[in-house]
Design a protein around this ligand. Structure first.
Ligand SMILES: C[S@@+](CC[C@H](N)C(=O)[O-])C[C@H]1O[C@@H](n2cnc3c(N)ncnc32)[C@H](O)[C@@H]1O
Length: 518
């Protein structure tokens, strides 16, 4: 019954099709562990709202046989082709007889279900149609009493629907889901609602090398939730090796077995875990330090709406005859900055490589008021349909470029190299691959002190508490979240910056106790 792991096409239309439908299959070692958790409650049925190629059904057959029990398989799916793949992967027609072709979120079955297990389609919000987004917003409002931020993807509503359909008292649910469900802007409302009504029993996270979806840029976590009274603690586990049987042994033991290798399990206070984010490891120290926002403000880089038109090489700028007053030095991709400094030498190297380094910055004047070369280039942009591009269509006039002062410090995120701060010695304006960090004082000594704090490794370690994690250890941080970055107090003191009173006095609960017993 074991299958080869799904091969992900690295790019191209096939990869795109997988993304559109969120069809990433769960590997057996994970599926069996998750089924182990929901069946440990005694259920003789499992319900999978997104059956796909049937990973959980196959796992349920294996696990129930091992337990000497039978298990009825129920589910929903929207894609008939995926169910054919389920048959091809060893499931019989009768195994799939209770799968309904229906949309689980918008047209759910009646329920309730005692054991729900799912790997919901991970379809990010910008891939959803406006109509669907509206329907999801309404659904959120109906279930939790207020709508969630529009950046909540379909997987968030899968979880809400499943929680709604879980049988009171006996119901157990296991979801493998993107960590963004605990880290997105909508997370605090969502988890406040869940944690008051359900028992969050355990969360499993994965070291990048143990990720069940190698080569996919998401950071998955497993949530194990029961529809019973909330408890003040939860078990938080980190899986450090892929493909071992430890996870399944642990879930089948009712989470009592003490794993010996490849899985570390801790007891965490619910309050602390929710405040930190369920996907993140407990903060051992530094919770009370000053924040970056005490010393600097943060803005995102410039969104041009059409980089190929506005972001130019020096040669292009010269060939077009665009006067210098409409060009500003700029940096586009994080991989254009291999180190921690942007200076004139780096810009010259990028120019030599044919990389753009100039941002074309028309202001809001009328077309006929620009010098002829600028006007001609903007007219070319109109002929290419740029005014109808999503972001440009919202600008008046479409070519009016956002304005930023050159920030003395940049923050690079989601690059191949880990997130880092970058000193901007060349006065460049960054595009959206970077955030702009503006110190609250213009005093050069203040800037140097702040830079010494931001380039310190202990500061960078705290990024995981404010960022959204992706696969392979990448972290993405929103501007407001970066302002909440905790700066290690000893590093700040050593730098000579003055720590504001508020942050010294702030006290937050913290407890991280290794799990004992077994
Ligand atoms: C990530 S796959 C998981 C499949 C399988 N359960 C597994 O774990 O390998 C998600 C599946 O959900 C299906 N799906 C997408 N939207 C759905 C919806 N609204 N209702 C039910 N299924 C949906 C997709 O076709 C896809 O097969």
């Amino acid at each position: 019954m074991m299958r080869a792991q799904q091969k992900f096409p690295p790019s191209g239309p096939e990869r795109e099709a997988l993304r559109e439908r969120g069809q990433f299959w769960t590997p057996d070692w994970i599926a069996e562990a998750m089924v182990g958790y929901v069946l440990a409650g005694g259920s003789d049925t499992i319900f999978d709202p997104a059956v796909g190629a049937g990973a959980f059904f196959r796992a349920a057959k294996v696990v129930s046989r091992q337990l000497g029990r039978t298990c009825k398989l129920m589910g929903t799916e929207v894609d008939e082709e995926a169910l054919k793949e389920a048959q091809a992967s060893g499931l019989s027609e009768s195994d799939l007889a209770l799968v309904e072709l229906r949309d689980f979120v918008l047209n759910p079955p009646a329920g309730p279900f005692e054991a729900i297990v799912a790997n919901p389609p991970y379809i990010r919000h910008h891939r959803l149609t406006q109509t669907l987004k509206g329907q999801l917003r309404d659904l959120g409002k109906k279930i939790i009493g207020q709508s969630l931020d529009g950046r909540a993807g379909l997987h968030v509503y899968f979880l809400l629907r499943a929680l709604e359909l879980l049988e009171p008292e006996r119901g157990r649910l296991a979801f493998i889901i993107s960590a963004d469900i605990c880290e997105g802007v909508f997370a605090s409302i969502l988890w406040d609602w869940i944690s008051r009504r359900y028992r969050i029993e355990a969360v499993v996270t994965f070291a990048p090398e143990a990720s069940p979806f190698q080569g996919v840029d998401t950071n998955p976590i497993i949530l194990m939730i029961r529809r019973t009274a909330p408890a003040p603690h939860l078990l938080w586990a980190r899986c450090t090796e892929p493909g071992t049987a430890e996870l399944k042994r642990w879930t089948l033991s009712g989470l009592r077995y003490r794993p010996t290798s490849s899985l570390e399990v801790f007891v965490r206070k619910l309050d602390e875990a929710l405040a930190t984010g369920l996907s993140r490891s407990p903060r051992e120290a530094g919770l009370n330090g000053p924040r970056l926002g005490d010393f600097a403000s943060v803005l995102r880089g410039i969104a041009t709406g059409a980089n190929e038109f506005f972001f130019l090489t020096r040669k292009q700028g010269e060939a077009l005859g665009i006067p210098d007053e409409f060009l500003r030095k700029a940096i586009g991709r994080t991989r254009d900055v291999p180190g921690s400094v942007v200076d004139e030498r780096l810009l010259a190297e990028l120019e030599a490589l044919g990389r753009p380094t100039l941002l074309f910055c028309p202001d809001g004047r009328r077309l006929d008021q620009f010098p002829p070369a600028v006007r001609r280039y903007l007219e070319e942009g109109e002929r290419k349909g740029l005014p109808r591009r999503p972001l440009l269509a919202t600008r008046r006039p479409w070519y009016k470029m956002e304005v930023r002062k050159a920030p003395p410090i940049l923050f690079a995120y989601l690059g191949r190299r880990h997130s880092r701060f970058v000193r901007n010695l060349a006065g460049v304006i960054p595009l959206t691959g970077f955030l702009c960090v503006y110190p609250r004082s213009d005093d050069p000594a203040f800037l140097e002190k702040l830079w010494s704090v931001l380039s310190h490794p202990a500061t960078l370690e705290n990024l995981t508490f404010v960022g959204k994690s992706y696969g392979s250890g990448c972290i993405k941080v929103e501007p407001r979240a970066l302002e909440r970055l905790i700066l290690p107090e000893d590093v700040v003191r050593k730098s000579g910056l003055t720590i504001p009173r508020r942050s010294v006095q702030e006290v937050l609960p913290l407890q991280w106790v290794p799990r004992i017993g077994g």
